[in-house]
Design a protein around this ligand. Structure first.
Ligand SMILES: *Cc1c(COP(=O)(O)O)cnc(C)c1O
Length: 362
């Protein structure tokens, strides 16, 4: 017998790896354009790469389990206390910790209609019930109504939202948090917050610490270009940390990941270069969508989601692009006739839009 709750879980479908396209379509790896997992097209920060190389011989040594230096650096950056931070193997692992401290088979989570798939996967592992708002945008009224009706144990606010790219205004996030009962934990997943420039939408961990039942999640996987190193973090008050630390396994990120994350935080130039490139290239995708009558929402992230109208089918388009060595994310599994494209390097974007244009013509 296996855990019966697992029967209801559909295994997480990760972005397709380059190797698959190489194997199946005989395309040279260097010609594959992978824009499906919101990785940084500039790669990793050179300082982080240098730190990984420098520390390679420490692979035999367990990392500093207190993660003192990384937490100190994050604390300084966000003007919070070290004690208010927990590090995970990606913010995914912090989501897992959160599920451990809040969920069981009588629990409920509340989330928007279309959002990050891992919230459900963890909820299902515990047999918890999943409540969805009608809209994929985080609408205050919808959230408040369901909070009052259902008293969820975890309320997820993903801003900017993956896979749709839209963001929720700070005042709306605060209103949702204020409506949450003290017994609920509000998780504000800010995996793409570095890309947000607009003050109305920018949320800091410090502001969220004003609320006693809220946790901020951040990651090094997107703007910092360290998806392969698996480092993320949660920031919340010490009471929440007290419980989270009970479920954290020791040495949960590697010696090299730790060194890379510390170095990445010092590489402000790389971060700024990343944001500037993204902003510039995003404009190109917006212009293309307008020219070609493709529906899209203003994206606050490093990806854009194009919504199609039948007879155009996102699965077909994604498949055809893949045969040409371009990997994008089809969103059919989210019940959207849409594809999510990570903003790449100028040359990659040019090629993507060129091939997409052919697909539109049919
Ligand atoms: C990418 C992502 C994460 C987690 O990424 P990690 O690599 O596990 O840090 C969390 N939430 C959202 C919305 C994401 O898009």
């Amino acid at each position: 017998m296996f855990n019966k709750y697992l029967e209801k879980i559909k295994t997480y479908e990760a972005g397709k790896p380059i190797e698959l396209v190489v194997r199946e379509f005989g395309i040279k790896p260097e010609n594959v354009i992978k824009l499906a997992s919101n990785e940084n097209p500039l790669g990793a920060s050179p300082k982080a790469v240098e730190a990984i190389v420098q520390n390679a011989k420490k692979a035999s040594i367990y990392p500093d389990d207190s993660m003192y230096e990384l937490k100190e650096k994050l604390a300084k950056r966000f003007d919070v206390k070290s004690k208010e931070i927990i590090i995970g193997a990606g913010s995914d692992q912090v989501l897992e910790f959160i599920s451990h401290i809040k969920l069981n088979s009588n629990a409920k989570i509340l989330r928007s209609a279309v959002t990050f798939a891992m919230y459900d996967i963890y909820a299902k592992q515990f047999g918890a019930k999943i409540i969805k708002t009608p809209s994929y945008e985080h609408k205050v009224d919808e959230f408040i109504l369901l909070i009052k009706q259902e008293k969820p144990d975890i309320i997820y606010i993903c801003t900017p939202n993956n896979p749709t790219g839209d963001a929720t205004k700070k005042e709306d996030v605060f209103q949702i948090i204020e409506a949450a009962p003290k017994e609920s934990l509000v998780v504000v997943d800010c995996a793409y917050m570095e890309y947000v420039q607009d003050k109305e939408y920018k949320i800091s961990p410090k502001e969220l610490l004003e609320f006693e039942n809220t946790i901020y999640l951040g990651t090094f996987s997107k703007a910092y270009g360290l998806g392969g190193m698996r480092v993320g973090y949660g920031i919340a008050n010490e009471k929440i940390m007290h419980y989270l630390y009970k479920v954290r396994p020791p040495f949960n990120i590697t010696t090299l990941s730790l060194a890379a994350a510390i170095a990445a935080l010092d590489d402000e130039a790389f971060l700024q270069e990343t944001l500037a490139l993204n902003k510039k290239e995003m404009k190109r995708y917006e212009a293309f969508a307008k020219e070609n009558n493709i529906a899209f929402q203003k994206s606050f992230t490093n990806f854009i989601t194009y919504f199609f109208h039948l007879p155009l089918q996102s699965s077909q388009i994604a498949n055809n692009l893949m045969k040409k060595g371009i990997i994008v994310r089809d969103l059919s599994s989210y019940n959207l006739n849409a594809i999510r494209i990570t903003i790449g390097l100028p040359k990659q974007n040019e090629k993507v839009l060129q091939e997409l244009k052919k697909e539109l013509k049919g």
